[in-house]
Design a binder for this molecule. Sequence first.
Ligand SMILES: CCS(=O)(=O)c1ccc(CNC(=O)N2CC3(CCCC3)c3nc(-c4c(OC)ncnc4C4CC4)ccc32)cc1
Length: 280
Amino acid sequence: SRQPTHDLMAIHPYNPLEDPYSLYPHSLRNIDELCASIVRSHRETSQYRVEELHALRWKLFNREEIQAYQSKSVDEMWQHCAIRLTEAVQYVVEFAKHIPGFRMLSQNDQIALLKTGSMEVVLVRMSRLFNTENNTVFFDGKFAGTEVFKSLACGDLITAVFDFAHGMCALKLTEQQIALFSALVLINADRPCLEDKGRVQRVQRSVEFGLTHILHRDNQESLMHKLYQRVAVLRSLCSLHMEKLRWFSQRYPLTAHSLFPPLYKELFASEAELLPGTNH
Ligand SMILES: CCS(=O)(=O)c1ccc(CNC(=O)N2CC3(CCCC3)c3nc(-c4c(OC)ncnc4C4CC4)ccc32)cc1
């Protein structure tokens, strides 16, 4: 039976006879072109190429550098991380803009999808920054273990992020599979506050078809089910993050509301907090 929370990965049976193009009136001639444009967009906006990360994988923070991170105050470290995360989200916004069909959606729906999906895509992409051999993540130019994030005072969240990344790395996804999976995480017709759900659904279906097409071609249809499960973990990770963010904003209101990068107000502030006139 279809579990309601996982309809994002509704299994779309691969039917080679069905011409995907006939289903989705896109400017693209066929499903290969759709996949190619999403993969190209992922490559151009992935912030770090896997080859670069591989070359840097043993560049670790030394004792002094770790000490420096750990002696930051909670709000200093959150602010420092916020800047890094905002950079990562901006690349995801660029990625979204080149997903065929995304720009055809209304401004409101584009913001609504990014508001709820950009953090999820950042987390999927973060799994590419992991070196599972020494349990470190590429952060601030070097590879960092969980101890670097101690002063964030949210060890459970960091542990959950590291665990999620290990789970993603275990799937050994190719860049093409990560590209299509990221697009599918973003284009989700069940996100709240969508004006034209039907239109988002059509774009979602074409991306779903692209992912099943790629997995069929790679002879890895079994991955779909595992990606299915990853989406559920992503959701819980993001709600844990929002919970920490609420805790942090209450404890350090000044930092959260004035120092967090403007993207915060754009993407994460609740409607009530949005400055008048910035409503889309
Ligand atoms: C989104 C733009 S925004 O609205 O302005 C915005 C909104 C919220 C925050 C506060 N959260 C935060 O800073 N977080 C949370 C998390 C850890 C849990 C989930 C992602 C994280 N991760 C990183 C990060 C990495 O950021 C690019 N890159 C590698 N590693 C890491 C750390 C292992 C977690 C760096 C900051 C960071 C900041 C900014």
